[in-house]
Design a protein around this ligand. Structure first.
Ligand SMILES: Cc1cc2nc3c(=O)[nH]c(=O)nc-3n(C[C@H](O)[C@H](O)[C@H](O)COP(=O)(O)OP(=O)(O)OC[C@H]3O[C@@H](n4cnc5c(N)ncnc54)[C@H](O)[C@@H]3O)c2cc1C
Ligand code: FES
Ligand code: FES
Length: 1334
C-alpha cells in the first residue's frame, strides 16, 4: 500500500466555493459533511440508503479526455466524501435562495403547490435542476425518469409533475393510453381545462429558465483535472483508510497486496453494507481515477465497456450505438437499454458502475441475466496477468460471490453484437414499477437456423429465482435443435417449472408468484419471438391480436382540478377561498425551511441512539453496557433505572414502559439508550451493548393466533342496529366471506426527531420536537422527569410529515431523550434512522374482517354481521379508539337495516400499532365495500348498481342513531359517474377485455362518508394567541402543528380576513406550549375547524378593540391604527378560544353523536392489468369531494391527491413483512415501497363539489385530511374487476379473495392464468413461511 501516515488534502467545490479538507474521513458521506460540517441543511436525510432521493445533489466533473463537463444527480447519503476530489457539488442552497434570487425550479415547484411538508422538496428540486442543466427543454418522459427516485409522502406527485411540466415544450399526448379517445382528439375535457378559470396556478407568472444564470464550473477544477501526472491520494479516518490510485498497474498492485479491500466505485453496494450491516473495511480502494476502467472500445464482434462506466453512461452509449448499427446486430444492446431504464433510480444509475453491478452478484441483478444470456464476458487483470472470463452460469458462485479471485480487477465488459436470426429480450417484474429491485428478472436469447424456426442456440437466465443469477439449462436443452412451436414450448414450460423449483420457504417469499413469473416471462418471450419470426416471414400465419405483446400505458396527462370561484363581492385582499400557495413553500424549495434536525448543534450537545430488543417475547436476564461505555465518545447509557419520575405511559388502564426493564414483548422494543458525542459514536455504542434473554414460550404474532389464545386488549366493542339474527331468516341469499388487510408504515419523510435542551436552572427544559401533539409530549416529559409541566416547553416549527405517527410514539421517545438530557445536563438530540423508525414506531393496524351478509335478489342488503380483528401489537396505544372508529364507520354509504359489528384489538408480540391517517376507517370500510362487491358478484350485477340500491337516501339515521342528510354524498356519486363517463368507460372496457387475452381493464366507483371531529368530546377545543406589534405586523400562534397539511397557511388566511389586512403582514413562527397551552392533537381532520375558529375569535377580539380608533380615523392605515391603539393603552394581544361541539358515543346504548358532520366523496378508477405478471397501471381517476366551501382549494386539493395516493399505496403496494420470529424485514425504502411518480394515475382529476355549505365549520368548509385516503381502494376494486375478467377466461366465476394490498403478486395469482395454475401449491403447515401472515 502506497499510503503514508499523513493523509492528503481533499479538494472540491460546493456551490462555487472551494472546500479543502485536510482530514477527510473515508467513513464520512457527503450528506453528513454538508449537514453537520458546512451547515448546509437543505439537503435532507430520509433513508441513508439511496432509496428516497431526499438527499439529491448535483455533481459536476470535468472530463479531460473529451474536454467536457458532465452534470449528474446523486444521492449524497451514498457519496463518500473522499470520492469527491476534483468535483463540483451543487446543493439546493447553491441554485437559489430568498436572499438572492430563487431558481425557476424552486419557484415552479412551490407555486404549483408541489411542496406540502417540504421534506422531499429540495431533493425534487435538485433532480429537476440537474435534468434542466443537461436538457433545458425536457420531455415528460425525461421528467418522470428524473423524479423516479424521489419519494414524496404528502403531495401524491401530481402538483410536482405539473410544476415540472411547465418546463416542457412538447404537447404531452396520452396516445390514447391504450384505448378510447386520445387527449388531443377534442373529446376529452383536458384541453378545456386550459381555458377554464379558476386555475390553481398561473404559469404565465413564472420566471423564465435562463441557463446563463447558472453557476459556472470552477476553472481551478479544470486545471486540476488536466494535470499530466496525477498522484495517488490517501485519506485516513478513525477506522478506515482510502487510497485512490491513478494507474491500472498501481491498482493491481494495491489489490494484490490487499485482496480483501473492496474497490469502491459508485458505493451503492458497499455503502449500504457498511451502513446497514455494520461491515467494516479497514482499507478502501477507489479506482475512479484509473482511466482504463472507463475506456470504451468497439470491435467487429461487439463493444468493450470499461467496468468503471456508470450505468447511465452505459445506457447512453448503448442508445447511440443502437442508432448506428442495423437492428439485427443490436438485440442485446436493446435488451440492456430496457433493463437499464428500470434499474434503480437516475441517482443510482449515475454513480453505480457496470463492473460494480456484475461483481455485486445480486441474486436479482437486472444486468447479469441479460449479459449472461447474451454471451458477454469480462476482462480481468491481476498481478498474474490478464484473462477473459465468460459471464455464464459458472461465473456466479453464490450469494454476492463470483468466480473471480479477490485480487482480480474487472477492467472491461464485452457486450457482443447479435447475429441475423438472433433475438434477445429482457423482462422484469418488481414490487413497484420503478426504483425497485425486481422480484424476478430475466434475459433470454435464441438463435435460429437461417430462414427457419429451428433453434440453433438458446440461452435463458433468471434473477430472483435463487441465491445467484441462474441458468435454465435443462429448458434450453429442451428447446435446442427443435422447431419453435407450441409443442416445444409446452414441454419447455414443464421443464422450466421443474428446473427452477424454489422451496416453499425460500428467502424473499412470494414463491408461487416467482415460479409463475418465470413461466410467464418465457411465454412473453415466445410471443415476441413469434412476432419476429412472422416479421421475417419465417412463419406465415397471422398472429392473433391476443398473441401480441403490448406494454402498459405510461404517459401522464395534464389533469383537471375543479373548484369554485370566490364570490364576485369578496374583496381582493381577502384570501379566504383562494388557492394560496403553502406559506413556507418557497423556503422549503430553497432548503431554508428549518426542520428539527436542521437546528444547529448546541455547545456540548450529545446524540442518543436506542438499543432495542432482538427477541419477541423474553425475559431480560443480563444487560452489559461496560464495553459500550469504553468506546470513544460514549458518555452514558440510559436505562429504566435512570428515570427519575414515572417509568410508564398509561392508556386505557394499560401501562407502556418507556424502557423495558425485566421483560420484552416485541422485537424492536426499546431497552436502553446510548448517549455519545456524535451520531456515529452513539451507534457504535449501541452495537456494543450486550443483552441476554431467556425466551418465553409461545409468542403471539398473527391475528388468528391471538383469537385462538383470546389475547385481546379490553374493552372490545359491539354495535347493532335492528336484529341481524332475525333478518337473516327472511333474506333471499346469504353469503359469508372475509378479507385481510395488511398494515401500513407512516413513512413520513422526516423520521422521528427531537432535541432536548436543559435550560440550566430549576429543571427547565426546552424541547424542539417533530410532534403532532406538543402538549402530550410536554406532559410525558414532565411525568418522566417528575417535574411540573410548566418547566417544559415544546416547540414545533414544522414537521416533515406525520400522518398520525407523531403523537404517542414521539412522546415516548422524547421522554427517553429528556432523561438523557436531565442526567447528563447536556442538550441531547435523537433522530431515528429510517430502519429504527420503521422497526420501533409501528403503523396502521392490519385487520382481518369476517362478514356474513343477507340480501334480496334485487340487490338490497337486509342484514350484515361483521367481525373485525385488528393486530394491535404489544401495547394498547390508541387501539381501542381505533376499534371504536372502525365500528362507527362500518355503514359507510349504506343503509343496512340490520347491521351488527364487533371489533377487538388483538394483543400480539409485534411492535405496537398506532394512529394513522383515517384511524381505522380505511380498514373498516374496506371490509364493507368488499362485502358489497361480493354481493354484486353473487348476483351477477355490476357493483355500482348494488352500491346505489343500498345507499342512504333522504334524511337518514346511521347505525348509532345519528341523523344526517346524504344529499351531498349522492351528488358526489352522481357527479363522479358523470365526470368519469362511467357508462361509456364500462362499455369500452368490456370491448377491450374481449380483444385482449393477457391484459384486462377494470373499473370501480366507490363512495365515502367520513365523520369529522373527535368522538372524545374534550378534544374538540382549540386556542390561539394573536399579537399585533407596533409596526403593524401580526404574530399568530395556535394549537395546530404544521406538518404539510397547510394549517398555518389557512390560519394566515383566517387572520387576514378577520383583521382585514394583507396575509403578508401575518407571520406564524411555530407552535409552542408556552404560547398556547393544553392543545389537542392536530388530527382527525379537525385542525382547521378547531384552530380556525380560535384564530378567528382572537382576531375578532382585536379588531373590535381597534374599532374606536378606526372610527376616529376611518381613512387611516392599519399601521396608524395600531400605533394609535398602543398610545391609547389598548392591548394588542388576545387569546382566542373555540369550544367545539359536545360529541359523545354511548357504547352501552349503542348510540351517540360522535361526529360534528360528514365529509362525502366518490371516486372512479380505471386500471389496466397485465395478467401474466400482475403489473398494473391506474389509467384514470376522477374524485369528487364535498368539502363545503374550501378555505384554500390548492391546499385542500393537495390533501385529496396526497391522501388518495397514500390510499393507493395502502391498498395496492405497501407490504410490511415480518420474519417468523417477529422481526420486521421491511425497514427502508428498498424493501418497503410507497407510491412513486410511476404510480400516479395517468389522468388524475379532482373536483370539489360546488354549492356545498357546512354550518358546522369555519367559513362553511369541511375537514379533508383523512377522508379521501379510503378512496385509494378504488384502485384495488378496479384491479379486482380486471382480475374477474381474467378469471372468467379461465372459466372461473363467482366471488374470489383479493386481499389488501392487491400487489402484483396477489393480482397475478388471482388471475388464475394457465401459468399460475401450473404452480403446485405447498400444503400449509408443511413448511415454515419466510414471512408471517399477520
Ligand atoms: C437504492 C438502490 C436501488 C438499486 N436498484 C437496483 C435494481 O433495480 N437492479 C439492479 O440490478 N441493481 C440495483 N441496485 C444495485 C446497484 O446497481 C449496484 O449496487 C451497483 O451497480 C454496484 O455498483 P457500484 O459501482 O456502486 O459498486 P460498489 O458499491 O462501488 O462496489 C460493489 C462491489 O463490486 C466490486 N467492484 C466494483 N468494481 C469492480 C471492478 N472493476 N473489479 C472488481 N470488483 C469490482 C467492489 O469491490 C465491491 O465489492 C440498486 C442499488 C441501490 C442502492
Ligand atoms: S437519504 Fe439519500 S436517498 Fe434517502
Ligand atoms: S411534501 Fe413531499 S414528503 Fe412532504
Amino acid at each position: 500500500m502506497s499510503a503514508g501516515n499523513e493523509g492528503d488534502a481533499l479538494c472540491f467545490f460546493i456551490n462555487g466555493k472551494k472546500v479543502t479538507e485536510n482530514h477527510a474521513d473515508p467513513e464520512t458521506m457527503l450528506l453528513s459533511f454538508l449537514r453537520e460540517k458546512l451547515r448546509l441543511t437543505g439537503t435532507k436525510y430520509g433513508c441513508g440508503g439511496g432509496g428516497c432521493g431526499a438527499c439529491t445533489v448535483m455533481v459536476s466533473r470535468y472530463q479531460p479526455a473529451t474536454k467536457t463537463i458532465i452534470h449528474y444527480s446523486a444521492n449524497a447519503c451514498l457519496l463518500p466524501l473522499c470520492q469527491l476530489h476534483g468535483a463540483a457539488v451543487t446543493t439546493v442552497e447553491g441554485i437559489g435562495s430568498t436572499k438572492t434570487r430563487i431558481h425557476p425550479v424552486q419557484e415552479r415547484l412551490a407555486k404549483a403547490h408541489g411542496s406540502q411538508c417540504g421534506f422531499c422538496t429540495p431533493g425534487m428540486v435538485m433532480s429537476m435542476y440537474t435534468l434542466l442543466r443537461n436538457k433545458p427543454q425536457p420531455t415528460m418522459e425525461d421528467i418522470t425518469q428524473a423524479l423516479a427516485g424521489n419519494l414524496c409522502r404528502c403531495t401524491g406527485y401530481r402538483p410536482i409533475i405539473d410544476g415540472c411540466r411547465t418546463f416542457c415544450q412538447e404537447t404531452s399526448c396520452c396516445k390514447a393510453n391504450g384505448v378510447g379517445n386520445c387527449c388531443l382528439s377534442g373529446e376529452e375535457s383536458t384541453a378545456k381545462s386550459e381555458l377554464e378559470e379558476p386555475m390553481l396556478f398561473d404559469k404565465e407568472e413564472f420566471l423564465p429558465l435562463d441557463p446563463t444564470q447558472e453557476l459556472i464550473f470552477p476553472p481551478e477544477l479544470i486545471l486540476m483535472a488536466e494535470v499530466a501526472n496525477p498522484k495517488t491520494l490517501t485519506f485516513h479516518g478513525e477506522r478506515m483508510t482510502w487510497v485512490s490510485p491513478t494507474s491500472l498497474e498501481e491498482l493491481v498492485q494495491l489489490k494484490s497486496s490487499n485482496p480483501q479491500a473492496p474497490l469502491v466505485m459508485g458505493n451503492t453496494n458497499i455503502g449500504p453494507d457498511i451502513k446497514f450491516k455494520g461491515v467494516l473495511h479497514p482499507l478502501i480502494i477507489s479506482p475512479t481515477r484509473v482511466m482504463e476502467l472507463f475506456e470504451v472500445t468497439q470491435t467487429p464482434q461487439g463493444v468493450w465497456f470499461g467496468a468503471g462506466c456508470s450505468l447511465s453512461e452505459v445506457r447512453s452509449l448503448l442508445e447511440k450505438i443502437v442508432l448506428q448499427f442495423p437492428e439485427e446486430k443490436t438485440e442485446l444492446f436493446k435488451a440492456l437499454i430496457q433493463q437499464l431504464g428500470n434499474l434503480g433510480s437516475e441517482q443510482i444509475r449515475n454513480v453505480a458502475s457496470l463492473g460494480g453491478n456484475i461483481m455485486s452478484a445480486y441474486p436479482n441483478s437486472d444486468l447479469n441475466p441479460v449479459l449472461a444470456a447474451g454471451n458477454s464476458k469480462v476482462n480481468v487483470i491481476s498481478f498474474g496477468g490478464r484473462r477473459e472470463v465468460p459471464l455464464n452460469q459458472d461465473f456466479f458462485v453464490s450469494f454476492g460471490k463470483t468466480i473471480l479471485r479477490p485480487d482480480e480487477v474487472v477492467v472491461s465488459v464485452f457486450i457482443p453484437f447479435s447475429r441475423k436470426g438472433e433475438f434477445v429480450r429482457a423482462f422484469r417484474q418488481a414490487p413497484r414499477k420503478e426504483s425497485s429491485f425486481a422480484t424476478v428478472t430475466t434475459g433470454m436469447r435464441v438463435l435460429f437456423l437461417e430462414g427457419s424456426r429451428v433453434v440453433q442456440d438458446v440461452s435463458i437466465y433468471y434473477g430472483g429465482m435463487g441465491p445467484t443469477t441462474v441458468r435454465a439449462a435443462k429448458t434450453c436443452a429442451a428447446l435446442r435443435a427443435r422447431p419453435w412451436d407450441d409443442e416445444t414450448l409446452s414441454r419447455a414450460y414443464d421443464i422450466l417449472l421443474d428446473e427452477l423449483a424454489l422451496p416453499p420457504s425460500a428467502p424473499g417469499g412470494k414463491v408461487e408468484f416467482r415460479r409463475s413469473l418465470a413461466l410467464s416471462f418465457l411465454f412473453k418471450f415466445n410471443l415476441e419471438v413469434l412476432q419476429k419470426l412472422r416479421e421475417m416471414n419465417v412463419i406465415t400465419d397471422e398472429l392473433p391480436e391476443e398473441m401480441r405483446i403490448q406494454h402498459l400505458p405510461r404517459v401522464i396527462q395534464p389533469s383537471l382540478q375543479e373548484f369554485q370561484h370566490v364570490s364576485k363581492d369578496q374583496s381582493d385582499q381577502d384570501p379566504v377561498g383562494r388557492p394560496i400557495m403553502h406559506r413556507s413553500a418557497i423556503s422549503q424549495a430553497t432548503g431554508e425551511a428549518v426542520y428539527c434536525d436542521d437546528i444547529p448543534r448546541t455547545d456540548g450537545e450529545l446524540f442518543l441512539a436506542l438499543v432495542t430488543s432482538s427477541h419477541a417475547h423474553a425475559k431480560i436476564i443480563g444487560l452489559d453496557v461496560s464495553e459500550a461505555l469504553q468506546l470513544p465518545g460514549v458518555v452514558d447509557v440510559i436505562t429504566a433505572k435512570d428515570i427519575p419520575g414515572k417509568k410508564v405511559r398509561s392508556m386505557f388502564g394499560y401501562d407502556e414502559e418507556l424502557l423495558a426493564e425485566t421483560e420484552v414483548s416485541c422485537v424492536g422494543q426499546m431497552i436502553c439508550a446510548v448517549v455519545a458525542d456524535t451520531r456515529a459514536h452513539a451507534k457504535r455504542g449501541v452495537a456494543a451493548v450486550k443483552i441476554s434473554y431467556e425466551d418465553l414460550p409461545d409468542p403471539v404474532f398473527t391475528t388468528e393466533e391471538a383469537i385462538e389464545k383470546s389475547s385481546f386488549f379490553e374493552p372490545r366493542r359491539m354495535i347493532e342496529r335492528g336484529n341481524v339474527i332475525e333478518a337473516f331468516k327472511s333474506v333471499d341469499q346469504i353469503y359469508e366471506g372475509e378479507i385481510r388487510m395488511g398494515g401500513q408504515e407512516h413513512f413520513y419523510m422526516e423520521t422521528q426527531s427531537m432535541l432536548v435542551v436543559p435550560v440550566g436552572e430549576e429543571m427547565e427544559f426546552n424541547v424542539y420536537v417533530s410532534t403532532q401533539w406538543p402538549t402530550s409530549t410536554q406532559e410525558a416529559i414532565a411525568e418522566t422527569l417528575g417535574i411540573p409541566s410548566n418547566r417544559v416547553t415544546c416547540h414545533v416549527k414544522r414537521i416533515g410529515g406525520a400522518f398520525g405517527g407523531k403523537v404517542t410514539k414521539t412522546a415516548i421517545l422524547a421522554s427517553i431523550t429528556s432523561v438523557a438530557a436531565w442526567k447528563t445536563n447536556h442538550s441531547v438530540r435523537c433522530v431515528l434512522e429510517r430502519g429504527e423508525d420503521m422497526l420501533i414506531t409501528g403503523g396502521r393496524h392490519p385487520v382481518l374482517g369476517k362478514y356474513k351478509v343477507g340480501f334480496m335478489n334485487d340487490g338490497r342488503i337486509m342484514a350484515a354481521d361483521i367481525q373485525y380483528y385488528i393486530n394491535a401489537g404489544n401495547t394498547v396505544d390508541e387501539s381501542v379508539l381505533v376499534v371504536e372508529k372502525i365500528l362507527l364507520h362500518m355503514d359507510n354509504a349504506y343503509n343496512i337495516p340490520n347491521l351488527r359489528g364487533r371489533a377487538a384489538a388483538c394483543k400480539t408480540n409485534l411492535p405496537s400499532n398506532t394512529a394513522f391517517r383515517g384511524f381505522g376507517v380505511p380498514q373498516s370500510i374496506m371490509v364493507v365495500e368488499n362485502m358489497v362487491n361480493d354481493v354484486a358478484v353473487v348476483l351477477g350485477r355490476p357493483a355500482d348498481q348494488i352500491r346505489e340500491v343500498n345507499m342512504y337516501k333522504g334524511l337518514s339515521t346511521t347505525h348509532y342513531k345519528f341523523e344526517f342528510s346524504p344529499e351531498n354524498m349522492l351528488r358526489c356519486w352522481e357527479e363522479c359517474k358523470a365526470k368519469s363517463d362511467y357508462s361509456a368507460r364500462r362499455r369500452a372496457i368490456d370491448q377491450f377485455n374481449q380483444q385482449n387475452r393477457w391484459k384486462k381493464r377494470g373499473i370501480s366507483v366507490i363512495p365515502i362518508k367520513y365523520g369529522i371531529a373527535f368522538a372524545e368530546s374534550f378534544l374538540n377545543q382549540a386556542a390561539a394567541l394573536v399579537h399585533i406589534y407596533r409596526d403593524g405586523s401580526v404574530l399568530v400562534t395556535h394549537g395546530g402543528t404544521e406538518m404539510g397539511q397547510g394549517i398555518h397557511t389557512k390560519m394566515q388566511q383566517v387572520a387576514s380576513r378577520e383583521l382585514h389586512i394583507q396575509p403578508s403582514k401575518i407571520y406564524i413562527s411555530e407552535t409552542s406550549t408556552s404560547t398556547v397551552p393544553n392543545t389537542c392533537p392536530s388530527a382527525a381532520s379537525f385542525g382547521t375547524d378547531a384552530n380556525g375558529m380560535a384564530v378567528k375569535n382572537a382576531c375578532q377580539i382585536l379588531y373590535q378593540r381597534l374599532e374606536p380608533i378606526r372610527q376616529k380615523n376611518p381613512k387611516g392605515s392599519w399601521e396608524s391604527w395600531v400605533q394609535a391603539a398602543f398610545f391609547e393603552k389598548i392591548s394588542l394581544s388576545a387569546t382566542g378560544f373555540y369550544r367545539g361541539p359536545d360529541l359523545y358515543m354511548d357504547w352501552d346504548k349503542m348510540e351517540g353523536q360522535p361526529y360534528a358532520y360528514f365529509t362525502f366523496g366518490a371516486c372512479f378508477c380505471e386500471v389496466e392489468l397485465d395478467c401474466l405478471t400482475g403489473d398494473y397501471q391506474a389509467v384514470r381517476t376522477d374524485i369528487v369531494v364535498d368539502i363545503g366551501r374550501s378555505v384554500n382549494p390548492s391546499v385542500d386539493i393537495g390533501q385529496i391527491e396526497g391522501a388518495f395516493m397514500q390510499g393507493l399505496g395502502l391498498y395496492t403496494l405497501e407490504e410490511l413483512k415480518f420474519s417468523p420470529s417477529g422481526l420486521l424485514y421491511t425497514r427502508g425504502p428498498s424493501q418497503y415501497k410507497i407510491p412513486a411518480v410511476c404510480d400516479v394515475p395517468l389522468l388524475f382529476n379532482v373536483y370539489l363539489l360546488s354549492d356545498s355549505h357546512n354550518p358546522h365549520a369555519i367559513y362553511s368548509s369541511k375537514g379533508i385530511g383523512e377522508p379521501v385516503l379510503f378512496l385509494g381502494s378504488s384502485v384495488l376494486f378496479a384491479i379486482k374487476d380486471a382480475v374477474a375478467a381474467a378469471r372468467s377466461e379461465s372459466g372461473l366465476v363467482g366471488p374470489f379473495t383479493l386481499s389488501s394490498p392487491a400487489t402484483p403478486e396477489r393480482a397475478c395469482l388471482a388471475c388464475a392464468t394457465p401459468f399460475t395454475q401450473k404452480i403446485p401449491v405447498s400444503k400449509p403447515g408443511s413448511f415454515k413461511l419466510w414471512a408471517l401472515n399477520i
